[in-house]
Design a protein around this ligand. Structure first.
Ligand code: 5AD
Ligand code: SF4
Length: 450
C-alpha cells in the first residue's frame, strides 16, 4: 500500500478539498499517513491569496528535497494541488525538477490517476481540467477535520473580481451546488452524529442554484436565506456559514437566524476598508454606508450575533484619512474579532498594475494601530462573557493544555475548561470564569458533572 502525506494551506475550501482528496485516496487503496518521512507521496494543497502563503509552497518543497531521506536516495513523489497549482500550472516544473505533478483546483477528484501516472514513469504530469460531472462532494468521518463538525460546500468560485484578489482566477466562476444535494448531505451527516455543519463557499450568500429543487417549501427573499431555512429544518444541532459578501447580504438572512435557533449566532462579513475611496478602488461593490446598514441589522437581531471581518491595510494610494475611516468604521462595528492583512500585490489581478506605494513600514504601522483598536474592543466583548453560561460543543483535548477540553460556542468563541474525555462530541453548558483576548475559560455547570 502506497503511503500519502497530505498538507494543507489556506482557507476552509482548501481544507474541505483536502478532506475529499483523502477520502478519494483511501477509497482507491492508498494509505493516508501523518508521518511525512514514511510517505511515498507528499501532497501540498496550496494557497495563493497573499505572497507569503505562496512562498510556503517553495519553502516546503525545498525542505522535502533536502531531507535526510532524499539525501539517502529514497526519493518521494511531490504533488502540488490547489490555488498555486491552478495559477502556475506547468511553470511549476521549470527549474530544479523538484515537483512531480500538478493538479488544479477542480482536478482534485483525479488525484489517484495522477499518482499512478507518476509511478508509471510519466514526467511533469499536470491536470488543470474541470470537475467530473459526477464529482462526489461528500466526505466520510475518517477524513473529516473533526468527527463532530463537517464542512459542506454550497458554492465554489467567485465572480466578484475585487481588484486585489486572485481567487476568481484560481477558483473560477461561481457555481452553486444543488440544494437537494446539500440537504441530503446534511441529513446524512446528522445521522452520522455530526453536531455542527459549516456551509462554506467564497461567498455563500451569493448562492444561486439552477433550480429550486429542495427549496420549494421554504420562504425567503433570496435563495441563500431559503437554503438556510431548509438546512435548519433538517434539525441538525448547529449551522454556521461563511464567508458572506456584503453586497449580497440581504436582511432576510438575519430574519432566518431569528426564526431558527440552530442557525448559529455568528456572521463573518469582510469589509476590507472603511473608506469609500478605497472600497471603490478595490471594486468591492459596497459603500461604507451600505455596509453599516447591514451591521445595524445584524446588531438588531433578537439574539446577540457575533460579528467578524477581514480588513486589508495599505492598499495602493491609501491615505492617512482613508486609514482613519477604517479605524472609525472598526470602532463603530465593534467586531468580536478580525483578520487584518497587509496588502500583497498578486500578479494577474487588476490592482497589480497599480503601484504598491504604501511603504512596508507604513503598512506595519497601520496594521498595528488597527489591531490595537480591534483588540481593545474585542477584550471588552470577551470580558462581557464573565459569569455568563454558554453552550459549548466539546471538540477536542486542548492543544495547549492536555488537562483541558476545548470547543466553540454558537458565537464561534473558543472555550477551554477541565472535564472528562467522555464529554467529547457533546454540547454542554459552561460558566465563563476567565476571559483572555482570544479565548474564554470556564467551568462545567453542576448538572453535567457525573
Ligand atoms: N492582499 C492582502 N490581503 C488579501 N486578501 C485577499 N487578497 C489579498 C491581497 N492581495 C484577504 C482579504 C480576504 C481574505 C481571505 O484575504 O481580506 O477577505
Ligand atoms: Fe476575492 Fe472579492 Fe471574491 Fe472575496 S469576493 S474571493 S475578496 S474577489
Amino acid at each position: 500500500m502506497k503511503k500519502v502525506y497530505l498538507e494543507t494551506f489556506g482557507c476552509q475550501m482548501n481544507v474541505s478539498d483536502s478532506e475529499r482528496v483523502a477520502a478519494k485516496l483511501a477509497a482507491d487503496g492508498f494509505e493516508i499517513t501523518p508521518n511525512e518521512a514514511a510517505a511515498d507521496v507528499v501532497l501540498i494543497n496550496t494557497c495563493s491569496v497573499r505572497e507569503k502563503a505562496e512562498h510556503k509552497l517553495y519553502t516546503r518543497v525545498g525542505q522535502i528535497r533536502n531531507s535526510e531521506r532524499e539525501k539517502s536516495g529514497n526519493k518521494q513523489i511531490v504533488g502540488v494541488l490547489g490555488c498555486v497549482a491552478q495559477l502556475e500550472g506547468e511553470t511549476l516544473f521549470e527549474g530544479r525538477n523538484e515537483i512531480d505533478f500538478v493538479l488544479g483546483t477542480k482536478a482534485v477528484g483525479r488525484v489517484s490517476q495522477a499518482i499512478e501516472q507518476v509511478f508509471a514513469g510519466q514526467k511533469n504530469y499536470f491536470d488543470l481540467g474541470d470537475r467530473e460531472d459526477n464529482y462526489d462532494w461528500s466526505v466520510g468521518e475518517a477524513q473529516r477535520h473533526s468527527p463532530y463538525i463537517a464542512f459542506v460546500p454550497i458554492i465554489e468560485g467567485c465572480n466578484k473580481f475585487c481588484t486585489y484578489c486572485i481567487v476568481p482566477f484560481s477558483r473560477g466562476r461561481e457555481k452553486s451546488l444543488p440544494a437537494s444535494e446539500i440537504i441530503r448531505q446534511v441529513l446524512n451527516l446528522r445521522r452520522q452524529g455530526v453536531k455542527e455543519i459549516h456551509l462554506i463557499g467564497q461567498n455563500v450568500n451569493s448562492y444561486r442554484p439552477k433550480t429550486d429543487s429542495g427549496l420549494e417549501n421554504f420562504h425567503g427573499a433570496t435563495a441563500f436565506s431559503r437554503l438556510l431555512r431548509a438546512v435548519a429544518a433538517t434539525g441538525i444541532e448547529r449551522i454556521k456559514f461563511n464567508t458572506s459578501f456584503p453586497r449580497d447580504f440581504h436582511p432576510d438572512i438575519v430574519d432566518a437566524l431569528d426564526e431558527n435557533e440552530n442557525l448559529c449566532n455568528w456572521v463573518h462579513l469582510p469589509v476590507q476598508s472603511g473608506s469609500n475611496n478605497i472600497l471603490r478602488a478595490m471594486r468591492r461593490g459596497h459603500t461604507i454606508e451600505s455596509y453599516l446598514e447591514k451591521i445595524d441589522k445584524i446588531k438588531s437581531a433578537s439574539r446577540k450575533l457575533s460579528l467578524t471581518t477581514d480588513i486589508i491595510v495599505g492598499f495602493p494610494n491609501e491615505t492617512d484619512e482613508d486609514f482613519f475611516d477604517t479605524l472609525k468604521m472598526a470602532d463603530y462595528c465593534k467586531f468580536d474579532s478580525a483578520f487584518i492583512f497587509k496588502y500583497s500585490p498578486r500578479p494577474g489581478t487588476p490592482a497589480y498594475s497599480m503601484i504598491d506605494n504604501i511603504l512596508a513600514r507604513n503598512k506595519t504601522e497601520r496594521f498595528l494601530e488597527l489591531e490595537k483598536l480591534i483588540k481593545s474592543n474585542q477584550r471588552s466583548i470577551f470580558q462581557s462573557y464573565l459569569d455568563k453560561t454558554v453552550k459549548v460543543l466539546v471538540e477536542k483535548i486542548s492543544s495547549k493544555n492536555k488537562a483541558e477540553l476545548s470547543g466553540h460556542t454558537t458565537c464561534q468563541k473558543v472555550v477551554n475548561f477541565k472535564g472528562s474525555n467522555k464529554l467529547l462530541g457533546k454540547i454542554i453548558e459552561i460558566k465563563i470564569t476567565q476571559a483572555k483576548t482570544n479565548t474564554l475559560y470556564g467551568e462545567i455547570c453542576d448538572h453535567y458533572v457525573s
